[in-house]
Design a protein around this ligand. Structure first.
Ligand SMILES: [Zn+2]
Length: 458
């Protein structure tokens, strides 16, 4: 379908859906864009993404509406619409990127960059200047990077903080804006994507009165989301719950949250020393980054507090080694650590347009010899794209989990300095599902694609 067909089709749709009032999308049949006229129009503007609107793949820039007629007055409105659309699509970042002959806007949605709009180069400087004004940056500075902040009111009481970063490039200034929802919706523990028996295991540990629960994984694996969904299962009026965070991501009613600030020498160890004097029941330490934090966190977990934290490690068993490398005594580790949740965050395949296909032979090895399912009888899923997923084939995200419980047998192995694989084998014997098995399972049940699973495991 060509752009012209799409626009022609729109003309036949009800008034609200007609894009004529949209300064960027409005394109009369002659291909000319009259941005100024449209922008001044008092009519109702319907914000739609190109993908949803034109039923085309975002990866085909040729079909992206291309604004050609420039009008300075339309700039605030254009920017407004970009933000509204970004928020509507739950984008985490908006990229304003100049190229040699264009000015591109991308949205990062579910971790993936999606082309959103293409402008003529003439829009570049006015749009960047507008962003700079909104975030109190110097508009006459074009050679140095700048950082700023702003906020955007999306209506319906929804406010979004904007973190603005300006970088000079060979084609002029590039701006990336991180969107931080002021009160993001908490994900419920049962909605993270844990298999039922894993979820039960985790819930059982949340009834403990002391010990340590760790969420581990690389950056962007959803560790804090997991911690918060676990913490929010506690009644804040019945427990003293305190957190140390950098930065504070979610605000939870009734929970005492403290922002770490290394610029004024207020770090995790400082915060932790104070917190334990505040008579806490439950403590959350945003991240264990160093020996001091590790040792104080372990100590808190051994002195009658339920402690939650995160570590940057790749596997559940690998976390034990990481703590040993931080000079934590192996007896203290086995006594304090109760549960390690290793995780990844992956894109879900769109359930509206997914289709199953037999497992290709090149993936047979993934199943392993002990697999209960023969790859010949199994199916994977792929999605070709539809309106629901804005033609990306993906919609939403889901966690992959590997959950290790500190059992007497594992304690003994750790104390006797057993190698990684021995501890892992024992954990699997006791019911731990390896991350790659969870990924394979989710690929077979149609939650994710095998490509996404492999990408996450890499
Ligand atoms: Zn779809």
């Amino acid at each position: 379908m060509s752009l012209l067909d799409v626009l022609q089709k729109k003309k036949d749709e009800p008034a609200e859906d007609v894009a004529q009032n949209d300064p960027i999308q409005a394109a009369p049949k002659d291909g000319q864009m009259h941005i100024g006229e449209a922008a001044k129009d008092e009519g109702k503007v319907v914000i739609m993404s190109e993908a949803e609107d034109a039923n085309k793949k975002p990866a085909e820039p040729a079909e992206i509406p291309y604004a050609t007629t420039f009008d300075e007055d339309s700039i605030p409105k254009i920017l407004n619409e970009i933000f509204l659309e970004a928020i509507k699509q739950h984008a985490s970042d908006v990229h304003f990127k100049p190229t040699e002959d264009k000015f591109m806007v991308y949205l990062r949605i579910d971790g993936t960059m999606i082309e959103h709009k293409a402008f003529e180069k003439i829009f570049h400087n006015p749009l960047i200047a507008r962003i700079k004004i909104l975030s109190s940056l110097r508009i006459d500075e074009h050679r140095l990077p700048q950082d700023g902040k702003s906020a955007f009111d999306a209506g319906d009481g929804k406010e979004v903080d904007l973190r603005v970063s300006v970088l000079p490039t060979q084609f002029g200034e590039k701006v990336v804006i991180r969107l931080l929802e002021k009160n993001p919706k908490m994900v419920e523990l049962r909605d993270l994507g844990m298999l039922p028996n894993i979820l039960m295991k985790v819930e059982r540990h949340l009834t403990a009165t002391y010990g340590m629960v760790l969420a581990v994984g690389p950056t962007g694996s959803g560790k804090s989301t997991s911690l918060f969904s676990m913490i929010s299962t506690f009644d804040p009026s019945a427990y003293n719950i305190s957190t140390l965070e950098d930065p504070i991501e979610y605000k939870i009613t009734g929970v005492t949250q403290t922002q770490i600030n290394t610029e004024i020498d207020f770090d995790f160890p400082d915060g932790l020393r104070t917190l334990v004097r505040q008579d806490p029941d439950i403590i959350m330490v945003g991240e264990i980054r160093d020996q001091k934090t590790a040792s104080l966190t372990i100590e808190s977990a051994l002195t009658g507090h339920l402690v939650f934290s995160t570590l940057h490690t790749n596997s559940a068993v690998g976390t034990i080694q990481r703590l040993l490398n931080m000079d934590i005594d192996r007896f203290l580790i086995t006594a304090a650590v109760k549960l390690i949740i290793s995780q990844r965050l992956v894109r879900k395949v769109c359930s509206s347009c997914r289709e199953s296909y037999p497992v290709p032979e090149k993936y047979y090895d993934l199943f392993g010899e002990d697999s209960e399912v023969h790859p010949k009888e199994a199916f994977f899923y792929k999605a070709k794209g539809c309106d629901q997923c804005k033609n990306t084939g993906y919609k939403g995200r889901i966690g992959l989990f590997e959950v290790l419980e500190m059992s007497p047998a594992i304690e003994e192995l750790v104390i006797n300095n057993a190698p990684h694989n021995e501890i892992e084998d024992q954990a699997v014997k006791e019911g731990m599902i390896l991350l790659r098995k969870d990924a394979l399972y989710k690929a077979m049940t149609g939650d994710i694609t095998i490509e996404e699973a492999i990408r996450a495991m890499a």
